[in-house]
Design a binder for this molecule. Structure first.
Ligand SMILES: [Zn+2]
Length: 288
């Protein structure tokens, strides 16, 4: 105890959105405000499903990172909003529908969560169960069970903006969630940019994480969600979905926005990033 650093004062995880934004840079906050104002204007008069590209049905894949303690009510309100537009569908069924190329006979929402934060268990799951919405959680297996004490370096700066510590799920949380009907998929071992790795490196990230999830949860890990998720920047479309398929995955999820319609590939799934506190007008904009 000679370095003057006291764990008790430094290891305080973020549990509220208020503290989360307080830890972000001013520039990031300004961007958020400007975007909210722009969306509010743009969302006026738009109605989900009314666009010409929505001939027939669709499946949308909203994706979240966290539901903080002060966002549970808003998250429930968002699920109610989605339930007013369509039906919830589990990831296995959504992927099977896309893979079969079957007509999509309605509007469906398949809820997903990236990164495996603990608030997925403490805050998101109770609301999901209450609203009867199945969801899939994508784990960074090297972070599961990470303790704030031992993994401070790894946890700090998980987000680019600021000095934030956010707790991760442990395997007991995951087993409980799986028993409650939640699906688990892989988000790599180390939350890496696949595009920066050679083929063997990508293969290792995909195979080792799949193996860990299957061993710990005693069930198949069929789905892969690419960290950061942008084609050509974070992954190579000509290479990585193929590696995923050879590793035994049945899907590859990206971070590109949009609805999935009949004929869309389950190995290139588009998703809509959401924050749990966003207003319905923001959802309306992204869903239209
Ligand atoms: Zn991620």
């Amino acid at each position: 105890m000679t370095n003057g650093w006291s764990p008790s004062q430094a290891l305080e995880p973020v549990r509220t959105y208020r503290d989360f934004t307080a830890g972000q840079s001013l520039a990031a906050k300004a961007r958020g405000l400007a975007r909210a104002a722009a969306l509010r204007a743009l969302s006026l008069g738009r109605s989900p499903g009314a666009a010409g590209s929505d001939r027939g049905g669709w499946i949308r894949f909203p994706f979240y990172h966290h539901v903080f303690d002060d966002e549970r009510k808003d998250f429930g309100r968002q699920l109610d909003f989605m339930a007013g537009l369509g039906d919830f569908i589990g990831l296995d069924d959504a992927v099977a529908t896309l893979a079969a190329g079957d007509p999509i006979d309605g509007r469906y929402f398949c809820i997903t969560f990236d990164d495996g934060f603990k608030n997925g268990h403490t805050n998101a799951m109770p609301v999901l169960l209450d609203k009867k919405a199945p969801a899939a959680f994508f784990l960074v297996t090297g972070h599961v069970g990470a303790s704030l004490q031992d993994d401070r370096e790894r946890l700090l700066g998980f987000y680019d903006s600021g000095d934030l510590l956010i707790e991760f799920l442990d395997w007991d949380d995951c087993r409980e969630m799986a028993s409650a009907g939640m699906t688990f998929g892989s988000h790599t071992v180390n939350h890496v940019h696949l595009a920066d790795l050679g083929e063997a490196g990508v293969e290792a990230e995909l195979k080792e994480s799949k193996q860990a999830i299957e061993t710990e949860l005693g069930r198949a890990c069929d789905h892969f969600c690419c960290p950061f998720g942008r084609q050509g920047i974070d992954f190579l479309a000509s290479r990585d979905p193929g590696i995923a398929r050879r590793a035994g995955y049945k899907s590859f999820l990206s971070a590109h926005r949009g609805a999935m319609t009949q004929g869309g590939s389950e190995m290139m799934v588009k998703r809509d990033h959401l924050l749990a506190g966003w207003g319905n007008y923001q959802l309306r904009y992204f869903f239209s």
